[in-house]
Design a protein around this ligand. Sequence first.
Ligand code: FMN
Ligand code: SF4
Length: 458
Amino acid sequence: MNAIPEHSRLRYHCQLRQGAEERRAETHPLTWRLRQDGARIGLDEYRQKDGYQGAIRTLEQHSPGDVIDIMKEANVRGRGGGGFSAGVKWSLTQVGDHLPRGYVLCNADEMEPGTFKDRLLLEQQPHLLIEGMIIAGYANRSQYGYVFLRREYVEAARSVALAIEEAREAGLLGNDVAGSGFDFDIALHTGAGRYICGEETALINSLEGKRANPRNKPPFPGQSGAWGKPTVVNNVETLCNAPAVMQHGAAWYQGLSGGLSEDGGTKLYGISGLVERPGLWELPIGTTGREILERAGGMREGHTLKTWLPGGGSTGFLLPEHLDLAMDFDTIGEYGSRMGTGLMAVVSERQSVISLLRNLEQFFARESCGWCTPCRDGLPWTVKILQAIERGEGEQGDIEILEQHATDLGPGRTFCAHAPGAAMPLESAIRHFRADFEAGISHPKRAAHADPIPVGQV
Ligand SMILES: Cc1cc2nc3c(=O)[nH]c(=O)nc-3n(C[C@H](O)[C@H](O)[C@H](O)COP(=O)(O)O)c2cc1C
Ligand code: SF4
């Protein structure tokens, strides 16, 4: 298997836009090995480029407890969107003294609208992920890991499956990993192509062969996850950070953000929408949205920026004046949004925020697992109102109903974060662009039950 076929390249923006001269081992732990032609890095090339040194050093020199301490000190925050500390998460599985403890699950479901960063790593550098999973497996005293992969990622499935085979043949997976006495193997599981499968507990249900409904928390997966065992669920990019942390140390990793953020490391940022060169860049975490937009060559000719989503469809709209904020979890969180996956989607003044929002909410409505009422019923209702406003046929009172939905979908009212994710773009769009909603309202308020239902017929 080699480069991504030309026809699929044209279909998406999943391209690293940084030249090889800019990407160095000391500063770009996620991408420095990647080839300019986008070809997949096989085991030989990965090993020639220092590959598996982080895992080997870990197995030879550190106890599982050390690894957790180093990951905590490095402050590697989950790149799946939540920003939870990987080291802290790994410490949660350290319960009881039965061995092996449980499972390491790599969340490669990547269906967040506008997000395509994990795909790059999975397709072009699968051994970095395997190395990260070995480290996570060792720290969590697990023997098995699963890569839960989005079904549509066909090229990634081939790439990861081949890498698992290569690593097994080289003694880097299976019994006695690299002669260390530690046993660890990985299986690839392709999902059914549903957004909700990316929610960590729905992912576990799906992996177990059950319907992908999220589970109640607590217990958290770290306490009782896959098949009732302590389980770590981490995003692809999060796991891909572990090898360099273990090879070069927590202080080095912390320093990578160069003071731009209190978080450590780099981030695979990206951008899509009407920019000159959509794509991906590995940059210090805390880089501003403006720099990312500039790296993309700015807005396309004839377009000016109206608004942007900082990290996927489940984040809140920001304005051009927010472009100078550090793109990190805490900073963006202070402005009514979330950094999410860190892949920006820009909206031009010539595009309709209402249509974009309707499209997003249609996606969220379709992907709801249907368990909670505000999500199952509220999202289709939201879509219906947005469609009417989009046609210019909204009614007086529609904005207030949408606001009520945004509240009902918000945090704490549903089983999982799918509904709050859907609420974010809705609430922020109304807050920033109320006039756009008002422009789509042409009808008076719907008459409230002109013919009330007679008593006895309910
Ligand atoms: C509806 C929904 C979809 C999600 N999809 C993904 C996904 O595709 N990939 C991912 O890593 N995390 C996804 N998450 C977040 C996961 O539940 C979980 O927080 C994450 O995998 C933890 O990994 P991290 O700590 O390394 O970020 C999703 C969450 C929700 C609510
Ligand atoms: S919020 Fe939506 S997706 Fe999550 S459990 Fe409830 S119905 Fe299912």
